[in-house]
Design a protein around this ligand. Structure first.
Ligand code: DP6
Length: 327
């Protein structure tokens, strides 16, 4: 008998400049580069054990056994790791999120970042940050941005080799917070993987992609200069552009609910009276409200008082994916 174990944890991330649409669906080569920050305090923790006694891969997520497509997606990454390490051992994967799935925060980014680090380490590989980011990208595009720490850019790259993420500023560089306004979400929405395949059916996607290098530069500059006004401007523009593409895809995708619009309107109103605040929205109805740490408690309280807001989670800028223990 022989076992090789590693445990890793990674944060989810929220994008300022969004990843929407792929040039290559299988390799998750994005149509445009993107910029995000990691969400501190929220994490997926994953333990991978390669074990000679196993006759197949076994996955448990939050103590529930996962089979079917969920397991398949994890096995695709394990097969890549097994190929690199020259092993054919099966693995037991135990994964937990410390945030509720009802919070509507995409867990695929933190999940595949933690899995990439835990699985490659357990298999005896010692990948570079870029190598880990590429591996994580194969599992879920946005997961490549949860490998490095702080404010992170995913360069679209020319191909598989150079499409990975790197840090553009450490977490302490700028004290921003994501106040996630969780709104009632009754209906199940279409997931991102399916959503990406529809992006090119929108007549707006080509214009969105063509203008991406300009928005990326504005966003990079705003972060490096800690210029909140410039950041708010490009972040809302980019989120609105992605949702315009979603709404004009075939079949169309609508993620906003009425409470989503209530929060967006409030954010615009509060900004007009001088609060440094902006919104960004992913493939779901919740609104991520970005503000400086000093205003966070007050803004969370104001958000909680809005009609349709069930709960507000707050997350400052987080660090890189890291190993928790090795055995
Ligand atoms: C709207 O990374 O979840 O959150 O690669 O299919 O797993 P897959 O997609 P995913 O897409 C993220 C989409 C987004 C925008 C973003 O985070 O950049």
């Amino acid at each position: 008998m022989s076992t090789h174990t590693a445990t890793a944890q990674a944060c989810p991330n929220i994008a300022f400049i969004k990843y929407w649409g792929n040039r290559d669906q299988r390799l998750r080569l994005p149509s445009n580069g993107s910029i995000s920050f990691n969400l501190e305090g929220l994490f997926t923790r994953t333990r991978v054990t390669f074990d000679t006694r196993l006759i197949g891969d076994v996955l448990t997520l939050n103590n529930k056994k996962v089979t079917g497509q969920g397991l398949q997606r994890v096995q695709t990454m394990l097969d890549e790791v097994r190929g690199m390490a020259g092993t054919n051992l099966h693995a037991e994967i135990q994964s937990e999120n410390n945030f509720p799935s009802s919070a509507g925060i995409a867990s695929s980014a933190s999940a595949f970042a933690a899995l990439a680090l835990a699985a490659s380490t357990a298999a005896g590989l010692s990948l570079s940050e870029a190598g880990l980011s590429r591996l994580a990208r194969h599992g879920s595009g946005s997961a490549c941005r949860s490998i490095p720490g702080g404010f992170v850019e995913w360069q679209a790259g020319k191909g598989d080799e150079d499409s990975f993420a790197f840090s553009i500023a450490p977490p302490e560089y700028w004290g921003l917070v994501d106040c996630v306004a969780i709104v009632n979400s009754e209906q199940k929405t279409t997931g991102s993987t399916e959503g990406h395949t529809r992006a090119d059916s929108s007549p707006l996607q080509a214009a969105r992609v063509e203008d991406a290098p300009r928005r990326l530069e504005l966003c990079r500059r705003a972060i490096l200069d800690r210029d909140y006004t410039a950041l708010a401007d490009v972040v809302e523009l980019d989120s609105n552009l992605m949702h315009a593409v979603m709404m004009t895809s075939r079949p169309a995708l609508f993620y906003y609910q009425s409470a989503t619009l209530t929060v967006m309107e409030a954010v615009r109103r509060w900004r007009e009276v001088g609060l440094p605040i902006c919104y960004t929205i992913d493939a779901g109805p919740n609104v991520h409200v970005i503000c400086p740490q000093v205003n966070c408690a007050m803004i969370a309280e104001k958000l909680e008082a809005l009609n349709g807001v069930r709960q507000v989670l707050t997350a400052p800028v987080g660090g890189p994916a890291r190993l928790v223990s090795e055995g």
